[in-house]
Design a protein around this ligand. Structure first.
Ligand code: PHE
Length: 462
């Protein structure tokens, strides 16, 4: 016998949970870095267009499939679109499984830096501290990596264990306001720094001559990742919405908040970096560089009140990551609960443990354990960590996203989708015909371009 499915207790609870899924390492870690690499301005503008033209319509499509069927990814696609479409849901569940297996490792780093920054705030920042070396030592320390990622995985399981209302929604209602408050505090402090003007110019003044075609694709690829699309997370969260809530309004709020937070995080980081002469040259090169090498040092040497803001910043990263990892685990757990009739508590522990087996490999990808660190699965990609990231970002999210646009745009009838979107809950500004045009033509073409670029032009989003 399957237990009664959960439901969000309120519209605000659902929006906070879905926004929590969207806001994550993608906003704080990946977006600032790709903005940096692509010279800001024009890239940011293109990103905003991708979010509005591709991300928003697909967000509505996923939520509507979930709300309509009240089922998790596999069952929802099977029921809303057709019997064979369960496979697309299964692809999403697999994607959630793989993505979670390495996401918790990066999330674990935020715990490490939180404890380090607390230590520096209390005991002082060591004069000879080389944060680059510190990063290298911590990632290669097998025991530490396992402990951190295990800690994060347990926290994730603990939330999902208590279910939609008592776990996921409650944590989102508690953590998201804290996250917003920390960001505002950091923003105010960053805007007061000498580099803030330059940072704002870099981010918001478009110069199209500096944008390369690869940047457009990168913006598109990232819009999936950052909005948690293409793998059924929003279908699953959508399946707990009741029919009195508007999908259109919710999608708009989630997308705007996610984008706003990515931009605010970027303004904060760049203001700090531009305030320090010579820092620009040092930052480039790697995604981890900015968040885990440059910033920890800058908080203690340059940022006003950095000794307070430093630990707060890493709490922010950890909270943002946790509200995303719970949505990833929920996709997998909800599938097991709905399709295999396993009770939630058991299902959560089972899925969490199975995923952690792969996390072990991800956590040891940079370690001094020779066999694991040198295990090359793709040319030039070392270990499970990079392999999984490569596979998810380049293949799984875009193909899953393409399948969902085709499902909602071409396989579901106009009546079926209109009944969910253009019902009495829809806001006045919403135009159904517009959405249908985007989901049928614009989104599939754009996502198709990503897949072609990966297949034929060797573009790598990971
Ligand atoms: N959106 C999350 C982020 O920006 C990542 C994520 C992707 C979470 C897919 C759930 C599902 O970090």
């Amino acid at each position: 016998m399957t237990e009664q499915r959960g439901n969000w207790t309120s519209n605000a609870g659902f929006i906070l949970a879905a926004t929590g899924s969207a806001i994550g390492l993608g906003n704080l870690w990946k977006f600032p870095f790709i903005t940096w690499e692509n010279n800001g301005g024009a890239f940011v503008l293109v990103y905003l267009v991708c979010i509005a033209a591709v991300g928003l319509p697909i967000m509505m499509a996923e939520l509507l499939i979930g709300r309509k069927t009240q089922k998790s990814a596999v069952g929802a696609l099977r029921e809303a679109v057709g019997p064979g479409w369960g496979i697309v849901g299964g692809w999403g569940v697999l994607c959630g499984f793989i993505l979670l297996s390495y996401y918790t490792v990066i999330a674990g780093w935020s715990l490490f830096y939180f404890s380090k920054t607390i230590g520096w705030t209390v005991g002082g920042f060591p004069a000879d501290m080389q944060t680059g070396d510190l990063f290298g030592t911590q990632v290669s320390n097998a025991g530490l990596q396992l402990t951190l990622s295990l800690g994060f995985s347990i926290a994730t399981v603990a939330v999902v264990y208590f279910g939609v209302q008592k776990g996921i929604e409650r944590i989102a209602k508690l953590f998201l306001p804290i996250l917003f408050a920390i960001l505002v505090l950091l923003l105010v402090s960053a805007l007061g720094m000498s580099g803030s003007g330059e940072a704002l110019g870099f981010i918001f003044r478009p110069s199209f001559s500096e944008l390369e075609p690869g940047g457009v694709l990168e913006a598109l690829g990232h819009s999936f990742f950052t909005l948690s699309l293409g793998m059924g997370a929003m279908i699953t969260y959508g399946s707990y919405i009741d029919r009195s809530q508007s999908i259109v309004k919710a999608s708009a709020v989630i997308v705007v908040l996610d984008t706003l937070i990515a931009l605010v995080a970027t303004v904060i980081m760049f203001s700090v970096i531009f305030s320090v002469p010579g820092m620009e040259e040092q930052v480039g090169g790697s995604t981890v560089g900015m968040l885990f090498i440059s910033l920890p040092q800058l908080f203690y040497t340059e940022v006003p009140f950095g000794t307070l803001l430093g630990p707060l910043f890493y709490v922010l990263v950890a909270l943002a990551a946790l509200t995303s990892t719970i949505s990833l685990l929920e996709v997998v757990a909800a599938y097991v609960i709905d399709e295999h009739g396993i009770e939630r508590h058991k299902a959560t522990i089972l899925c969490g443990s199975a995923i952690f087996v792969f996390t072990i490999f991800a956590a040891l990808s940079f370690s001094d354990v020779p066999l694991l660190a040198t295990m090359e699965l793709f040319e030039g990609k070392i270990g499970w960590f990079s392999t999984a990231d490569h596979f998810v970002s380049n293949w799984m999210l875009p193909t899953g996203g393409l399948a969902i646009t085709i499902a909602a745009g071409w396989f579901m009838t106009r009546e079926a989708t209109a009944a969910e979107l253009a019902d009495e809950t829809a806001p006045g500004w919403f135009n159904y015909g517009f959405w249908r045009f985007f989901i049928r033509f614009v989104s599939p073409l754009a996502v198709g371009a990503i897949i072609i670029a990966v297949l034929f032009f060797g573009v790598d989003f990971s």
